[in-house]
Design a binder for this molecule. Structure first.
Ligand SMILES: Cc1cc2nc3c(=O)[nH]c(=O)nc-3n(C[C@H](O)[C@H](O)[C@H](O)COP(=O)(O)O)c2cc1C
Length: 418
């Protein structure tokens, strides 16, 4: 095996292999982070079960320095998907303790999220949003109910829910939480001038649009111990004309300084689909780590560690992300495909991981099919199965079937608890 990291003929350890001490005091053994992937594997009551323990144990053994869970809902009455994990005051902490214990080597953090208006009608979720601006994704828009503009009471309640979930995550044994403020979910909806049309203290100027995120961060920080990690996932841009852009991201990162341990940079929203895959096969580092060029502009004067996620599937690209000044490298798809990729990369292999591709003609269908294929891979790993990844188009059918079963269970559970 030849090392790709050579210094005058001598193999050198890659930069991403070095430990990182975060402001909260946690030291990560290396810079490779398993980024959040919604697993859709919750058991009864939105609780994790043995499948999620198996899945995260697999990644923990694969060499990552840190693992982020898929997004965990802070309110069971508003879920992005019917089989999403929920952690709120009504839940049972014991299964979360077992989940947290899956990590033996890496630092295990929970990503916490409120979907806002991105909830499908059939989940029976309450669609909250800063303003009554509906989701616009063409013919599929009808899957989403018209959102209710949030009252001041709804906003206070949401801040409290994030704080409660973070507190419970700490009690369960997680090392930190990442607050999801990207990809068009509730906190990103407040940040976006296209979705947030409010004229009160939560709308208008960027400072006002960022108020909910900053209040959530402050409430979480006040509720957890100083050694517990708090991070934020933020879009470097929404990729929509008139949306949240790079300059906005720059200011928000500045305001988060001193309160969070790192900011993960990603991009896109349900309406722009920029997270759905890198645009081309062209092999320049920027094309592979597709937010690198954009997010790279944020690195120069950031006072907090930044993590870059998106399109990273080989060691050379991970190394370049660190060389450009990022502290952490977020990897999602490649770790679904090959959970032990970090061990290979740390051992000096370039270890490129192929990504699933779909040739369906519609862009949104293609994105959904690739996502379904990765989800089916997570489901296989959670059962200890190692068959080849399901082709994206076939995965779409399996996904529909699985989702309808989860929906039926959610409806049964809600009818017995209401
Ligand atoms: C199946 C799947 C589920 C995802 N779920 C989440 C999620 O729950 N939270 C989140 O912040 N990002 C989620 N993402 C986005 C990833 O974290 C990441 O930002 C994106 O996939 C780009 O990185 P990659 O090219 O390494 O996959 C998901 C991605 C996939 C493929």
């Amino acid at each position: 095996m030849t090392s790709r990291f050579q210094d005058h003929g001598r193999a050198t350890a890659p930069e991403f292999a070095s430990p990182l001490r975060l402001p909260c005091g946690i030291t990560l053994p290396n810079r490779i982070v398993k980024a959040a992937m919604e697993e859709q594997l919750a058991g009864r009551g939105g609780h994790p079960d043995a499948r999620l323990v198996t899945l995260y144990r697999t990644w923990d053994r694969g060499g990552v320095g840190m693992m982020l869970t898929g997004h965990v809902m802070v309110d069971r009455s508003a879920v992005a998907q019917p089989a999403d994990v929920v952690l709120d005051a009504a839940g049972d902490l014991a299964p979360f303790r077992e989940w947290a214990a899956a990590a033996e080597k890496s630092s295990f953090w929970m990503q916490i999220n409120h979907p806002g208006r991105v909830v499908q009608r059939d989940t029976g979720s309450r669609a909250l949003a800063p303003s009554a601006v509906p989701v616009d994704i063409g013919p599929l828009s009808k899957l989403f109910p018209a959102p209710e503009p949030m009252t001041a009471g709804d906003i206070r309640d949401t801040v409290e829910r994030f704080a409660v979930t973070a507190e419970l995550a700490e009690q369960a044994g997680f090392a930190g939480v990442e607050i999801h403020s990207a990809h068009g979910y509730l906190l990103a909806q407040f940040l976006s001038p296209l979705v947030n049309k409010r004229t009160d203290q939560w709308g208008g100027s960027l400072r006002n649009r960022a108020r909910l995120l900053l209040d959530v961060v402050a409430a979480v920080r006040a509720r957890v111990s100083p050694g517990f990690g708090v991070a934020v996932k933020l879009n470097s841009a929404d990729f929509q004309r008139g949306g949240f852009d790079l300059e906005d991201a720059h200011h928000v990162i500045e305001w988060l300084g001193g309160s969070v341990d790192f900011v993960e940079l990603s991009g896109g929203s349900i309406e722009s689909l920029a997270t759905a895959g890198h645009p081309a096969d062209e092999r320049t580092l920027e094309r592979e780590a597709y937010f690198l060029k954009l997010a790279g502009e944020l690195v120069a004067d950031a006072s907090i560690p930044l993590m870059l996620t998106g399109g990273i599937r080989r060691a050379r690209v991970a190394e370049d992300v660190i060389a450009r000044g990022f502290s952490l490298v977020g990897v999602a798809t490649a770790l679904a495909q090959r959970p032990d990729a970090p061990l290979r990369w740390l051992a000096g292999e370039d270890g490129e991981v192929p990504a699933p591709r779909s040739s369906l003609r519609s862009r949104s269908l293609r994105a959904a099919a690739v996502q379904a294929s990765i989800t089916s891979r997570l489901h296989d790993l959670s059962r200890g199965r190692s068959r080849p990844t399901l082709a994206p188009a076939a995965a779409l059918f399996v996904d529909r079937y699985r989702r309808s079963r989860a929906l039926r269970r959610r409806r049964r559970e809600r009818s017995t608890t209401s």
